[in-house]
Design a binder for this molecule. Structure first.
Ligand code: ADP
Length: 288
């Protein structure tokens, strides 16, 4: 398998990866990750089952979508495909380091710039992708309430039901969405999975965003997720708010936006995420 991947990399980059060796990297939650290096070059390689090749293709296209905005650095996708019963995605290797307050401020500014990239086609994207390993459905939709109710919350609720997760107030929740999301957001390019594990920094101190689940949506979904698992440093929010003010009512919408991710975590990992999701439904309903 590694020979086939090396051959693909060589074909795309013109760099002959002779005698390259993979080294396993920890940190990924969904895929196996490797540094694949010869004496001169290193590439970042993710592996999964062969059936997951569409997930990797969507990730590569999402990285390209962000890269072409020239707003923030992401690893450049090099190639993807299947080899010996596995799917693989090869990315540019970036030496990651520790961020300082300036890095975080810049990351906030750069995210605000990304969020100013808008779509003329409405909310969605030109193709489906995944959030974690769960399908994320992105048909172009003119109405944000319809998009978020149906393709984000409704879809994950159906998956949860199949897993035995039912929520007594789910009808009330769906009925509350139009009232909660009545702020008429613009379809902005969002990272889509912006927790702290996907916000990195190069060794030279440059912000780097990893592992996106892009679509055009309400930019508040990204900000809400930055607050979900621990939060980002204050400098990040300073940078963002210097560039773009938050619409009034964000605090009311935040629990609903994060409910999507907690529900997805229940669908991926089960366990205590069920109770957390239930708690968020109660919080959302108390805000309407
Ligand atoms: P997964 O898709 O399994 O969640 P990630 O894309 O989050 O995997 O990558 C796992 C870890 O590998 C990251 O947390 C980061 O530390 C490191 N990493 C990701 N992309 C690169 C890259 N292009 N270059 C170097 N290290 C990377």
């Amino acid at each position: 398998m590694w020979d086939l991947i090396a051959e693909q990399i060589s074909q795309v980059t013109g760099h002959s990866l002779a005698g390259a060796e993979p080294r396993s990297i920890s940190g990924g939650s969904i895929n196996q990750a490797y540094a694949f290096s010869d004496s001169q070059q290193t590439y970042f390689v993710k592996l999964n089952q062969a059936a997951r090749v569409a997930m990797f293709e969507a990730e590569a296209l999402g990285l390209k979508e962000i890269a072409q905005t020239n707003t923030t650095r992401v690893p450049q996708p090099i190639c993807w495909g299947t080899a010996s019963g596995h799917s693989y995605l090869v990315l540019e290797w970036i030496d990651l380091g520790r961020g300082n307050p300036q890095t975080w401020e810049q990351m906030g500014q750069q995210l605000a710039a990304l969020h100013q990239v808008q779509s003329q086609k409405g909310f969605g994207w030109h193709q489906d992708n995944t959030i974690g390993a769960t399908p994320q459905i992105n048909p172009w939709t003119s109405d944000w309430v319809a998009f978020f109710s149906q393709h984000r919350i409704g879809y994950q609720l159906q998956l949860a039901a199949r897993r035995g997760g039912s929520f007594p107030q789910q009808k009330e929740l769906l009925a509350a969405i139009p009232k909660l999301l009545n702020h008429q957001p613009q379809p902005a390019l969002v990272h889509g999975d912006l927790w702290s594990g996907n916000a990195a920094c190069s060794q030279s101190g440059e912000p780097v965003l990893l592992d996106p689940a892009v679509y055009y949506g309400d930019r508040e979904v990204d900000l809400a997720m930055t607050e979900l698992f621990g939060g980002f440093p204050q400098a990040f929010y300073q940078g963002y708010h210097q560039a773009l003010a938050l619409p009034e009512g964000y605090q009311q919408r935040k629990p609903l936006y994060n409910f999507y991710h907690i529900l997805n975590h229940f669908n991926l990992f089960g366990g205590s995420y069920l109770a957390q999701a239930q708690g968020l439904i109660e919080q959302v309903l108390s805000l309407t």
